[in-house]
Design a protein around this ligand. Structure first.
Ligand code: SAH
Ligand code: SF4
Length: 366
């Protein structure tokens, strides 16, 4: 065991230089970091993984983020929106398998027809399962306070909105610089969500062009200072039809991005002991068992994809996105087997809300 490393790991609080050091660990030292994170997870939230059934509701998007394969300007994707039946079919699968929660994700749109449709779907889900409703997370981009409130009232209680990078200058290199892609507006949206009492989740892409370990250290500090309840972080994976693709030569190998993401997860778990940390699908795009490996590094949420398979090819945010049909009993049994092999049980029949949220609520009410 590396005792110098152990001393850092046992500090009450990490400063930026500690974080950069931890982010650079390799080999046995990296393993020691993962073990510490898993120990913290076991102690504070238990060795338990929660499933959220992921429904990729639509790939229609009004934005043009430079990294994303379904950005407005991508011509090669057929744009789709799921029918009520398709959404309810996916929810039913999650409920039949006794998962506590679902996630509804889509490209960003703020027109009223879209926001009304989401409200109506939320109500339908809550009414259909009135006895035992699923927890509902939304990941639908930036919206007005009124819309966030309307969705909250209709039954959503968690929201994922990644900051993508907490460094404004880097954010502006990976987005067009205009009013709808503004860094300040993204931050304002995150604050809105927190104010409206959503369980608020954010995260970043790891291994992007122009991104340094110092940026990532600042991202971790941002998440701690913002007091997030949930985090979803995944490796950046280039997509050939996006503007960032031209910077692919400066990227580290995908395996290195994968490991750096695991270190980000592990460090965040040590810093924020009782939040929920999702094991992102992008991890699985690099390593077939990538999501399960993240559980060993401190993650505690997996979001199996319940989108009907025929739409998968049109929801490629990045290349090599797995197109496996996860909506089958055999696939799920296998996944559960892998989770057990990693040492976790599955939180069946529970919403699996982040403990941090309740601790934050009671702290704020004092
Ligand atoms: N439109 C919503 C939700 C869909 S995109 C939103 O933007 O919040 C969900 C996440 O996919 C984004 O936050 C981004 O971090 C991730 N993503 C997009 N393109 C990616 C890429 N090329 N590699 C890895 N992750 C990507
Ligand atoms: Fe649209 Fe989200 Fe992709 Fe940006 S990241 S282009 S908002 S789907």
């Amino acid at each position: 065991m590396n005792t110098a490393l152990d001393n850092v790991l046992n500090k009450a609080s990490f400063d930026k230089s500690d974080l950069v050091y931890l982010l650079s660990l390799e080999g046995e030292d990296e393993q020691q970091l993962f073990e510490k994170a898993y120990e913290i997870k076991a102690k504070y939230i238990g060795k338990k993984t929660y499933f959220r059934g992921l429904i990729e509701f639509s790939n229609i998007c009004s934005k043009n983020c430079y990294y994303c394969g379904i950005r407005r300007s991508t011509k090669s994707v057929d744009r789709y929106e799921l029918s009520d039946e398709e959404v309810m079919g996916a929810v039913k699968f999650a409920m039949n398998h006794n998962w506590g929660s679902i996630v509804i994700q889509a490209g960003e749109r703020s027109n009223k027809a879209f926001t009304d449709r989401i409200t109506q779907l939320l109500k339908k889900i809550k009414n259909t399962y009135a006895e035992n409703p699923p927890g509902i997370t939304l990941s639908l981009g930036e919206q007005s306070e009124e819309v966030f409130q309307e969705w909250f009232d209709a039954g959503a209680h968690r929201y994922l909105l990644r900051i993508e990078s907490s460094t404004k200058s880097l954010y502006e290199k990976i987005h067009p610089v205009d009013a709808v892609h503004s860094f300040d507006y993204r931050l304002e949206n995150l604050k809105r969500l927190q104010k409206l009492n959503y369980q608020t989740g954010t995260g970043v892409m790891v291994g992007m062009p122009f991104q340094t370990l110092e940026h990532l250290a600042d991202d971790l500090i941002f998440m701690r200072d913002f007091d997030i309840d949930m985090c979803g972080m995944g490796p950046y994976i280039e997509h050939s039809e996006t503007p960032l693709y031209e910077h692919r030569h400066q990227l580290m190998p995908t395996e290195a991005r994968f490991r750096l993401t695991l270190r980000m997860i592990a460090i965040l778990r040590i810093m924020m002991k009782d939040i929920n940390i999702a094991s992102a699908t992008a991890l699985q795009a690099i390593h077939p068992q990538g999501r399960e490996m993240a559980l060993k590094a401190g993650a505690n949420v997996i979001m199996p994809n319940l989108t009907p398979v025929k739409y998968h090819e049109n929801y490629h945010l990045y290349k090599n996105k797995p197109t496996v049909n996860e909506e089958t009993d055999i696939y799920i049994q296998d996944l559960i087997k892998n989770i057990h092999a990693a040492g976790d049980s599955v939180g069946h029949g529970e919403w699996g809300d982040p403990k941090h949220y309740f601790a934050r609520q009671s702290k704020n009410s004092i």
